[in-house]
Design a protein around this ligand. Structure first.
Ligand code: GH3
Ligand code: MG
Ligand code: MG
Ligand code: MG
Length: 299
């Protein structure tokens, strides 16, 4: 049920509004002044607020100002109730972010239509925000593992690379690839392989810093860009990721299996003109790790 907070200093107005709005199917809660409104709004989280303009103490406009200044209450639609005094308070309220207004004496069908209209607008805006967030997620994340996808990994890592060069800071990169992954797919099936990839990113999540950038470059190949990490630190991180994965089990309904990683680790140097150079070197070191027998980090 839609919850309405009615704010009015006159008890008779509250009683009448409550009666009419409950009749329209709203759940009604009431406040008798601006202070009570601001308290109640944080306890009850109404869907919409009906706010009287003329009240002793904190006026309707001041109450509105505070509701709009507070990030947690900013998006609750407010319909002003005005005594029709001919001053510019309605204009000010609308400019301050009120959704709409009604004048006293209130025509109740008009009031509830305006409330429904305000609620429709708010719901449409929320749906748009959610859709945008979802689009953003789809554009930047790998859907299987939730780490960054290849494109976004490069966008973020290249930015960190430029920043590190500009400020003379360290930057290291790890590139890793699952060992003999084809055999995992062949033995346990593709779905089990997918689960193994999720296990690997989980193992990484526990050891990386918030500032590290983890991306799935494709297939069973990942890269981790570590701002402010020197080669020593990056190698230790690689070993922690590698041993975490080695100890982890991928549990299936009727079986369990282990996975190992080979990792190439490198640090940015003055000769690296592009992030690609760094990644290329990590790839070569990864290849060496494979050649040396897999399940190891090479720097
Ligand atoms: P190596 O130790 O030399 O890396 O051996 P490998 O078997 O891991 O290497 P190879 O490149 O021969 O095989 C990679 C396999 O990864 C082939 C492909 O079936 C599998 N693969 C790639 N992407 C996915 C995926 O998204 N899900 C699953 N389940 N398998 C994938
Ligand atoms: Mg009043
Ligand atoms: Mg592999
Ligand atoms: Mg591979």
């Amino acid at each position: 049920m839609t919850k309405v907070l009615v704010v009015d200093d006159v008890e008779d107005n509250i009683v009448l509004l409550t009666f009419e709005l409950e009749d329209e199917g709203f759940e009604v809660i009431a406040a008798h002044n601006g202070r009570e409104c601001l308290d109640l709004v944080h306890k009850e989280w109404p869907d919409i607020i009906l706010l009287d303009i003329r009240m002793p103490g904190i006026s309707g406009l001041e109450t509105l100002e505070q509701l709009k200044a507070d990030e947690s209450t900013r998006d609750i639609p407010v319909v002003m109730v005005s005594a029709n005094t001919g001053d510019n308070s309605i204009v000010r309220a609308l400019d301050m972010g009120a959704h709409d207004f009604v004048c006293k004496p209130i025509e109740y069908p008009v009031l509830s239509a305006r409330m429904r209209s305000a609620l429709r607008l708010v719901n449409a805006r929320r749906a748009l925000v959610r859709a945008n967030e979802e689009l953003e997620r789809l554009a930047t994340q790998d859907t299987l593992t939730d780490v960054y996808n290849r494109r976004h990994f490069f966008t973020l890592a290249e930015a960190e690379f430029s920043k590190a060069r500009r400020h003379g800071r360290q930057l290291s990169v790890l590139m890793f690839d699952v060992d003999l992954f084809k055999a995992v797919n062949d033995t346990y099936g593709h779905a089990a392989g997918d689960q193994a990839l999720r296990t690997i990113t989980e193992c990484c999540r526990h050891v990386v810093r918030d500032s590290d950038i983890l991306g799935r470059l494709g297939g069973e190949e990942f890269a981790l860009c570590c701002p402010d990490a020197d080669l020593d630190g990056a190698f230790h991180l690689a070993e922690r990721i590698r041993t975490n994965c080695e100890l982890a089990q991928v549990n299936l309904d009727d079986a369990a299996f282990g996975i190992t990683l080979s990792i190439g680790v490198t640090q940015m140097n003055e000769k690296d003109a592009h992030f690609d150079h760094l990644l290329q070197r990590a790839d070569t070191l990864l290849f060496q790790a494979k050649a040396l027998g897999r399940n190891r980090s090479v720097a």
